[in-house]
Design a binder for this molecule. Structure first.
Ligand code: GDP
Ligand code: MG
Length: 750
């Protein structure tokens, strides 16, 4: 026989960011090899070490929070553990985040594999006032627990000695047995007995573990089971679905949630009395827990949450109103000044209708966005936003989403005033790709900072005085739509189980004033930059689309002839002053009346000509063509033109509306704010305003968002899908509201 000792296999397992890679590097030094797991892109790192002359092969598993088949990483880690059967798994646990990290440990222990715990980041834990009695933890878990600081290499040698010892000492590694409560335990027992009797996959998995996977509807295990023993597999599945139904009925819950609850309960009990000591900051944590008793209370929690969100609205809208008016007045004055110094013509039109109206419409709302971001930053920095996610998890799960989807929704404008671009990026924290895509597709329904100005303007025009209340209703509506559509997606094209909630609740803290200002300013500045660059450029493009090609000469001539006819009936002295628009001061009452009538007629002709020009323009023709369909939901061609531009960036809706409604209006009307212009427009009504708001809320995301959706989902098809699908949803809802409203006899007058 060869006297050389056999090579032992070790694996490193742990949550993402627990310091696995750092420890791996510290242990193996330069002796490592980086490749991929066969057939997939998950990175596989291997290294060799020798301890006491024995050669050990060390594999760095992907970081995971659990061992279910929710993600590729989890599957890879699990398959490796089950198939390669390492002599010892080094489970790295982040000491500063002990309870959450032990969740994986529990699952490793349920697999019944040999484990040594590296209690890493004890330095970070200490600096956060957490002291852990490693020996006591080891006694309670019946495992070796070695404190380490991977970054400095501290504890590394003790860890290796311990691992080498455990690898060579015989021990019966029995799977740990956790109670999952009176509803699940008896079923688990029965399933376990069936599995044992048939020796069903017992080569690879402990029987109770297999039973648990059937309860969790783990796709991989189920598929394997179906292949090995279809009858038994079907029986186990039917037992599992009975429990699921029962839990649904009695606890309004489902197996995975109950299983997760019991694992956390087990961990809480494990750490009670004497394992974890909080030194400093204990008061703050205690206070946090006390606060959470009220703030996340089953009854008071949601009530307080609604109140908080309502206050955010009042704060944002009431306090931003005054600076918003200043800015509007400023831009309007600037437009007036340019008109007074430049001759009428394309340049003046470009500057006034394209640049100043376009950018002014956007910049005018900076105060609103600033206040909204300030409110969000406050909720985020205090730690309350994480509680909102926690409380909403139950609701979200019902709709096939995840508690973490809340962040994406809120950032996208769930508390009105966000932006779907960072919102879409926030879906990265979601582990299940189905939940992620469902969130990606519905987050753009939220009322982002760019839709707000349009809503605010329409509300000011048609529901004056009701702003906070209506905005609140609109927010509720967009949430409802997002959840319903998510559910629709999750029971049709993206069917599949939901993943359990794992999110830390950081202790509450009072935000610093400086921190709030920085967060608020960063986001507001992003908005301003967008307004200053992309939006300016696109405003100009749309101004061109709305201006060219000009009216044919013959049409211009006929408007000119009308003007001539109006002027021809006047006396010579009046003619000049009417066409200049400057009324002489010394007119008799009769002449003054003549002057006013003629001037009014001329303004009317100017307006009609400009309107004809817009209709004749490229954008006007597209908008007119679409009117065939969009009149079903009350959208006229000018609004179509605005929505069309809004696809480039939602901010443009307001500026394009502003432009198309300022073209073709008598001069004195042009100085009115857009809301006043629409309110007095006979084609508009409250009902139409509501239909337009709903369409804008739901239709295709803007181009930057679509780009992000493609990037985050890794597939073109989801970008295209969001454009087409969301527009169809918007159209259907707007038609429903508009036709329904007309049927009820609404929609006349404002
Ligand atoms: P992985 O995702 O588990 O591979 O984690 P990494 O090894 O990439 O480590 C995540 C971060 O934690 C890095 O910034 C490390 O420098 C840091 N880190 C790792 N170990 C320790 C430790 O023991 N103490 C402290 N303070 N930081 C650590
Ligand atoms: Mg790593």
């Amino acid at each position: 026989m060869n006297p050389e000792p056999e090579e032992k296999l070790l694996a490193l397992a742990g949550n993402p960011n627990c310091g696995k890679t750092t420890l791996f590097n510290a242990i193996t030094g330069a002796h490592q090899h980086v490749g991929n797991y066969p057939g997939i892109t998950v990175e596989k790192k291997e290294g060799f070490i020798s301890v006491d002359g024995r050669r050990l092969r060390l594999v760095d598993l992907p970081g995971t929070y659990s061992l279910t088949a929710y993600s590729l990483e989890e599957l890879v880690a699990r398959d490796f553990l089950v198939q390669e059967r390492p002599s010892v798994v080094i489970n790295i646990v982040d000491a500063s985040n002990l309870d959450r990290n032990l969740y994986l440990t529990i699952q490793l222990m349920e697999l019944g594999i040999p484990i040594v715990i590296a209690l890493n980041m004890i330095d970070a834990a200490q600096s956060r006032g957490i002291e852990i009695d490693a020996a006591e933890l080891g006694r309670r878990l019946d495992l070796e627990v070695v404190p380490t600081v991977a970054r400095s290499g501290k504890g590394k040698d003790v860890l290796l000695e311990t691992v080498a010892r455990v690898a060579s000492e015989p021990r019966d590694w029995r799977p740990i047995h956790i109670s999952y409560g009176p509803d699940i335990d008896p079923v688990l027992d029965r399933m376990e007995a069936d599995i044992l009797e048939a020796a069903f996959m017992t080569e690879d998995f402990p029987p109770r573990w297999t039973a648990l996977k059937y309860l969790e509807a783990d796709e991989q295990v189920l598929a394997r089971g179906d292949g090995i023993d279809p009858n038994l597999s079907a029986r186990l599945k039917s037992r599992a679905s009975q429990v699921t139904e029962h839990l649904e009925k009695t606890l309004a819950s489902y197996p995975e949630a109950i299983i997760a609850d019991h694992r956390y309960g087990f961990i809480a009990a494990l750490l009670k009395d004497g394992v974890v000591q909080r030194t400093q900051k204990a008061d703050r944590l205690y206070l946090s827990d006390q606060l959470d008793r009220v703030l996340t209370n089953r009854f008071f929690g949601p009530v307080i949450m609604m109140l908080v969100l309502y206050v955010v609205y009042h704060f944002t809208f009431d306090y931003s109103e005054i600076p918003v008016q200043w800015l509007e007045a400023g831009f309007s004055a600037l437009g007036g000044w340019v008109e007074s110094v430049l001759e009428p013509g394309p340049l003046r039109s470009l500057l006034v209708s394209g640049v100043i109206d376009g950018v002014g419409g956007v910049m005018g709302f900076v105060p609103l966005i600033l206040f909204m971001f300030l409110a969000i930053a406050f909720l985020e920095d205090t730690g309350y936003l994480a509680r909102v996610a926690y409380m909403l998890d139950r609701v979200f799960r019902t709709f096939g989403l995840h508690g973490s989807s809340v962040m994406a929704f809120i950032i996208s404008g769930g508390i009105a005033g966000g932006c779907a671009v960072p919102g879409v990026m926030a879906t990265r924290t979601l582990r299940s790709s189905k939940e992620r895509v469902a969130t990606l597709l519905t987050a753009p329904f939220m009322n982002c900072g760019a839709k707000l100005p349009v809503f605010a303007m329409l509300i000011a025009a048609f529901f004056p005085g009701d702003r906070p209340r209506i905005m609140f209703l609109l927010t509720l509506f967009s949430w409802t739509m997002a959840l319903l559509v998510a559910k629709l997606i999750r029971v049709t094209i993206l069917r599949g189980p939901s993943t359990p909630f794992l999110l830390e609740l950081p202790p509450y803290r009072l935000p610093t004033f400086k921190g709030l200002l920085i967060h608020t300013w960063e986001r507001t500045w992003q908005y301003i930059q967008k307004a200053g660059t992309i939006i300016l450029a696109i405003s100009i493009v749309f101004w061109a689309l709305m201006t060219f090609p000009g009216l044919p000469e013959s049409r211009k001539d006929s408007f000119e002839a009308e003007r001539g006819a109006t002027l021809a009936v006047l006396s010579a002295e009046l003619r000049q002053s009417v066409s200049d628009g400057e009324k002489p001061g010394d007119l008799s009452a009769d002449l003054e009346q003549q002057w006013t009538n003629a001037r009014g007629a001329l303004d009317g002709i100017d307006g009609a000509e400009a309107l004809a020009g817009l209709k004749h323009s490229i954008a006007g023709r597209v908008g007119l063509g679409l009117e065939q369909v969009t009149h079903w939901c009350g959208l006229d061609w000018r609004t179509n033109v605005a929505l069309f531009s809004g696809f480039a960036a939602k901010e443009l809706i307001i500026s394009t509306l502003g432009t198309s409604y300022s073209i073709g209006k008598p001069r004195e009307d042009r100085d009115l704010p857009l809301s006043r212009r629409l309110a007095s427009d006979p084609e508009w009504s409250r009902l139409k305003a509501v239909a337009v708001i709903i369409f804008i809320m739901l239709y295709a995301p803007c181009i930057p968002t679509v780009t992000c959706i493609i990037r985050e989902s890794g597939a073109w098809k989801w970008g295209l899908f969001s454009m087409i699908f969301n527009t169809l949803v918007a159209f259907a809802m707007a038609v429903l509201v508009y036709q329904g409203g007309r049927w009820l006899g609404l929609g006349t007058g404002s």
